[in-house]
Design a protein around this ligand. Structure first.
Ligand code: NAP
Length: 283
């Protein structure tokens, strides 16, 4: 029997509808949720991501404040812009699209965002709160993965979860969220020996390495929930995940497709964070 396909696009639509209802309630109280999207330079992939986030905002009744800056923008200019947005009461969330041009000090810029408006969940305050079990706004991609597990009914407590990848935006926060839900968690990375031996013990496998189809059927435990975060562009232009989907679908219990899995859920979780931030500001 094949795996249950977790339809991230459908689940994201459901989340957006719920958020639209929440935004409507806030608007009745005089608070229209607002998101400022900061895009520096003209990276085409970043422009696509920004457009998809803005489209989701429109669908959910979130006002957007576009900030498009030239590639030559300096760190100082960008910090000034962040300060302005931090002080703007119409803006409840600030999102700086990554990657920033190399000459910009991305760490300093991201850490300048008011944690109350940190809808990406990347500030040290947000990440520290997550580490300490008092989550504020949380990183959207791992939050989306967790919601997919929850709404699909995948058991997490007491299960062995393996995360491939240890970035601060996906792997590490995903591991913390799984731990918070009482999974036993293993984090793997490029120096992990015998990766297949580790992954094949996983009841839940979250793949966030950015390596096309690196997770083969032999690396997956029969019946496991496989969440594919990877977005990779193949030489022929098509997108694929980190999981060899066609092979693993026959062995896993649950699987997410790429595209149409974690990607749309990430966007929906950005909106959920904006509404949460607006709700906190309206209190
Ligand atoms: P990243 O910062 O490049 O981190 C990749 C991680 O994978 C690193 O920790 C790296 O280990 C590990 N890794 C690389 N090759 C490996 C291998 N062969 N075996 C085991 N571990 C390996 O990437 P990221 O930002 O976390 O993103 C990961 C993937 O998710 C990318 O494809 C990205 O495009 C995608 N992504 C998708 C979404 C979405 O919405 N769907 C959002 C964010 C990212 P080391 O630390 O040892 O180098």
């Amino acid at each position: 029997m094949g795996a249950v396909i977790i339809d991230g696009a459908a689940m994201a639509r459901q989340v957006l509808n719920e958020q639209k209802a929440a935004a409507g309630k806030l608007a009745l109280r005089g608070c229209v949720p607002g998101l400022a999207v900061v895009l520096v330079g003209d990276d085409p992939a970043s422009a696509v991501y920004v457009r998809s986030k803005e489209r989701a905002c429109r669908e959910a009744g979130v006002q957007t404040f576009d900030t498009r800056l030239q590639a030559a923008t300096t760190t100082v200019d960008l910090l000034q812009k962040i300060d302005e947005l931090n002080g703007d009461s119409r803006v409840h969330g600030i999102l700086v699209q990554l990657p920033l041009p190399e000459h910009i000090d991305a760490v300093t810029v991201l850490q300048r965002i008011d944690p109350a408006k940190d809808v990406d969940g990347f500030t040290w305050r947000s990440l520290g709160a997550l580490l300490d079990g008092h989550a504020l706004l949380t990183p959207c991609t791992p939050s989306g993965c967790m919601l997919m597990l929850e709404r699909t009914g995948v058991p997490v407590a007491g299960r062995h979860a393996v995360v491939i990848g240890r970035s601060s935006i996906v792997g590490k926060p995903a591991a913390l969220m799984l731990l918070e839900r009482n999974a036993t968690v293993t984090i793997c990375h490029s120096r992990t020996p015998e990766l297949a031996a580790v992954t094949s013990e996983a009841d839940i496998l979250i793949c966030a390495a950015g390596k096309p189809r690196m997770v083969t059927a032999e690396m997956v435990k029969p019946g496991a929930a496989v969440i594919d975060v990877g977005i990779n562009r193949l030489p022929d232009g098509r997108l694929c995940g980190d999981v060899d989907y066609d092979a693993v679908i026959g062995k896993a219990g649950w699987i997410t497709p790429v595209p149409g899995g974690v990607g749309p859920m990430t966007v929906a979780m950005v909106i959920a964070n904006v509404i949460a931030a607006a709700g906190a500001a309206a209190r």
